[in-house]
Design a protein around this ligand. Structure first.
Ligand code: UDP
Length: 246
């Protein structure tokens, strides 16, 4: 089944809901595939990065599934007359996937790549304690010398994980997966940004009620004001969407 998409500023977003996305990725886990199935959960920052960086845009056009990460993307789809049903943010998506796999007793091996050494160890512990289906088969922090990359890829190849989670920040995590998907021997790989920090308890998500009224971005801004520059990109993104409508 080909994934149905809507185009937002040149990025093809999947129209699937959270539940449909979980099911779809579970199907990929059951398949034998030569190349790793790559998932990108794209927020407005990623879309704007692709607008500026043609090579990154090419990377995005080749990934297997792009989900709308953030209310900004969902709002933009409505403004463009092709509304997406809901947001499928990276952290929530991974939690839902692991939860469903655990409920259905479908074991998965997972390799974690990225974040600081103490963060990755704590994230690995949380995932193993929280989700019966998950066994962590390897971890590697994200602060390694470039020369070590080949060695890391070899470790991933040896472990043949069902799922590879890469938390190196964008666009590095997306480029890493794209450049190596033919030889990672992982079934599915997802760039997960700051998710390991949340599983490790280093960064707190907004309370559920704030998420429900779509103000998580504002909560993040208040809890980490140094991010305000990064969040300005949301304004740029919405301006660009309005401009593209004309
Ligand atoms: N990171 C890393 N190596 C680096 C730079 C960043 O492993 O050289 C990690 C960082 O520790 C964090 C993750 O990449 O766990 C994503 O960081 P960011 O806060 O930028 O994520 P986003 O806001 O994009 O979700």
């Amino acid at each position: 089944m080909a994934v149905q998409t809507v185009d937002i500023l040149g990025v093809p977003f999947s129209t699937m809901t959270m539940e449909e996305t979980v099911r779809y990725v579970m199907q990929q886990l059951e398949k034998k595939q030569e190349n790793t199935f790559q998932v990108v959960t794209a927020n407005p920052e990623i879309v704007m990065c692709a607008k500026r960086d043609a090579a990154f845009q090419q990377t995005l056009l080749q990934v297997d599934l792009i989900t709308p990460d953030g209310i900004g993307v969902v709002k933009a789809s409505g403004m463009l007359g092709t509304p997406l049903k809901e947001r499928v943010a990276g952290f929530d998506f991974m939690c839902n996937l692991f939860e469903t796999l655990s409920q259905e007793k479908k074991a998965v091996s997972v390799f974690l790549l990225g974040a600081k050494p103490h963060v990755i160890e704590r994230a690995a512990r949380t995932l193993t304690e929280r989700y019966a289906a998950v066994s962590i088969v390897g971890t590697q922090d994200g602060y390694f010398e470039q020369e070590k990359e080949e060695e890391i890829i070899e470790r991933i190849q040896e472990m043949k994980p069902d799922i590879l989670l890469v938390a190196l920040g964008f666009p590095r995590q997306e480029n890493f997966i794209q450049n190596n998907k033919h030889r990672l021997h992982a079934k599915v790989a997802v760039g997960v940004g700051g998710s390991f920090d949340v599983w490790a308890g280093e960064v707190k998500r907004a309370p559920k009620w704030i998420q429900a009224i779509h103000l998580e971005w504002f909560y993040r801004l208040c809890s980490n004001p140094t991010r305000w520059r990064r969040q300005l990109v949301l304004v740029e993104f919405l301006k660009e969407v309005v401009r593209s409508k004309k």
